[in-house]
Design a protein around this ligand. Structure first.
Ligand SMILES: Nc1ncnc2c1ncn2[C@@H]1O[C@H](COP(=O)(O)OP(=O)(O)OP(=O)(O)O)[C@@H](O)[C@H]1O
Length: 427
């Protein structure tokens, strides 16, 4: 579980934009006879001016694909319930934050919108979006129901929006009686797939949902939709509308793939130096098989004067988050990581990926899926990318050949002692 929550957080942090998705949105309306509204602009939603200002202030020009359909449903009168599934980075958080802010009555000094998230860090991240989008609407206040936020029993929460984790939210309702569940108008359950992967969170979420009024708007979001998530979603959201956006397939079509023959790790390092000497690399991500190799390489590259960030399994989530944020801001140009640590992290904005070690699954076989995820790009508008694989044994050559065969895409040999040849790959 830790892993899924961590992955989800790091993905949020590394991304600074919407992901490309050219798939069609699927909409299943609770009442198939009611007209299906979708909007192409934020103006059409008749938002409060302060909120429209907040949306534009965040640099959003138009609704994302999922927002086109989700926003009119969420903002409809009477409120509609919604289950929405789409991959990370498609605009779900922004959508439900806008819905919460729209439904708040700021003159009422009690909690009206409740959002539950699987972890402390994810709750804080959603809170940041509320703060940004609500920047011009300062009457609306936000509180965090998370561990460590000590509250007096019996005092009443005046903040209109509460974001928290299920355990603390239950405490605030039942033990501390800080909020009245009957006054909640909008209930959001975010990251349902991560939520049910934690022991206890599923039951806690259902207990929370049962305390809410029947006419409270219920919204549930998930990046994936296995059967277990679906079953859970149906228990949380009665009479739902459903919106689904399939994950876009990744391809290797726009990627130039190369391999370099080496004898050992020192050799790989000098090949890397040659590559860096020959072409300009804005930002690169380098994958290693073990922590030990990763930290060795980070040390070597630092000595050469590179600004290197190291993402490693023994770091606590705060440390990993800080590394990712610095990399996203461009403070470091190279991110070195282990296979395990970066599994599932989307690195679309990085144009050069180096497999210092080729990806293997836990049985030591070629891991095609991980290879595709690291190197591949989605959508027709995906930037061209460059992938360089370091091969240092017969075994790793076999792995490379297997990957090449699996995708039926040629991986070309690169001679890193030949500067002219390296320069060519950059064009
Ligand atoms: N309409 C929009 N126009 C431009 N950018 C947007 C829009 N909606 C959201 N974004 C930005 O796109 C990124 C992803 O949005 P958001 O976090 O809402 O997606 P998500 O589906 O909730 O993904 P995650 O679960 O990873 O948070 C964020 O940086 C967000 O600020």
């Amino acid at each position: 579980f830790e892993d899924r929550a961590a992955q989800s957080l790091l993905n949020k942090l590394i991304r600074s934009n919407l992901v490309n998705n050219t798939n069609q949105v699927e909409v299943l309306q609770r009442d198939p006879n009611s007209p299906l509204y979708s909007v192409k602009t934020f103006e059409e939603l008749r938002l409060k001016p302060q909120l429209l200002q907040g949306v534009y202030g965040m640099g959003f020009n138009r609704p994302s694909k999922i927002q086109e359909n989700a926003l009119p449903m969420m903002l409809a009168e009477p409120p509609q319930n919604l289950i929405a599934q789409s991959q990370s980075g498609t605009g779900k958080t922004a959508a439900f934050v806008l819905a919460m802010l729209s439904h708040v009555n700021p003159t009422n000094k009690w909690t009206q919108c409740l959002c539950i998230s699987p972890t402390y860090e994810l709750a804080l991240q959603t809170g940041k979006v509320v703060e940004q989008m609500g920047r011009f609407y300062p009457e609306v206040k936000l509180a965090y129901a998370v561990r460590g936020n000590k509250m007096e029993r019996g005092s009443k929460i005046q903040e209109q929006i509460v974001i928290g984790t299920p355990g603390t939210v239950l405490d605030w309702f039942l033990k501390l009686k800080l909020m009245d569940p009957k006054k909640i108008r909008v209930f959001v359950l975010d990251e349902a797939d991560v939520m049910i992967a934690t022991q206890g969170h599923q039951d806690q979420s259902i207990r929370i949902q049962r305390m809410l009024p029947k006419d409270c708007q219920m919204l549930l979001f998930s990046a994936t939709f296995e059967d277990s998530v679906w079953k859970f979603a149906e228990r949380i959201v009665p009479d739902p509308n459903v919106i689904k956006l399939k994950r876009e397939e990744e391809t290797l079509d726009t990627i130039k793939q190369y391999y370099v023959l080496c004898n050992n790790k020192e050799d790989k390092f000098s090949a890397l130096c040659n590559i860096y000497g020959a072409i300009t690399i804005a930002q690169a991500m380098i994958f290693c098989h073990t922590r030990k190799i990763a930290s060795w390489l980070a040390g070597q590259m630092s000595k050469e004067g590179h600004q290197v960030a190291l993402l490693s399994g023994e770091m606590v989530i705060e440390q990993r988050a800080a590394v990712i944020e610095r990399f996203r801001e461009g403070k470091e140009k190279v991110l070195i990581t282990t296979n395990v640590c970066a599994r599932g992290i989307d690195v679309e904005q990085v144009s050069v990926v180096i497999n210092f070690d080729l990806p293997l699954d836990k049985d030591g076989n070629p891991d095609n899926e991980t290879y595709l995820h690291r190197i591949g790009r989605t959508g027709r508008f995906g930037k061209r990318g460059l992938a360089i694989n370091m091969v240092d044994s017969d075994h790793s050559m076999d792995v490379l050949k297997a990957i090449e065969k699996h995708f039926n895409k040629k991986i070309l040999k690169l001679d890193t002692d030949d500067l002219d040849e390296i320069e060519k790959i950059a064009n």
